[in-house]
Design a protein. Structure first.
Length: 68
């Protein structure tokens, strides 16, 4: 997926992710869901948690803990 395609999907993605808002007590924790989902939709060859976190400037351990 190219950057422009991702930008076009942003409103729909945000709407989808809003459905999970009540699953997370903290806003900063909730933001990790968007980071991870965006990473999975990206055109990166490497879609590990670590590479997604580094691209989003999030500590890899933080995203790993979120997913666990």
């Amino acid at each position: 997926m190219e950057a422009e395609q991702i930008r076009q999907w942003k409103p729909k993605l945000e709407c989808l992710l809003c459905r999970f808002t009540d699953c997370f007590a903290r806003k900063d924790t909730r933001a990790h869901l968007e980071v991870y989902v965006r990473g999975q939709f990206s055109d990166r060859a490497e879609k590990s948690v670590e590479s997604i976190a580094l691209e989003a400037r999030v500590a890899p351990q933080t995203l790993q803990e979120f997913l666990s």
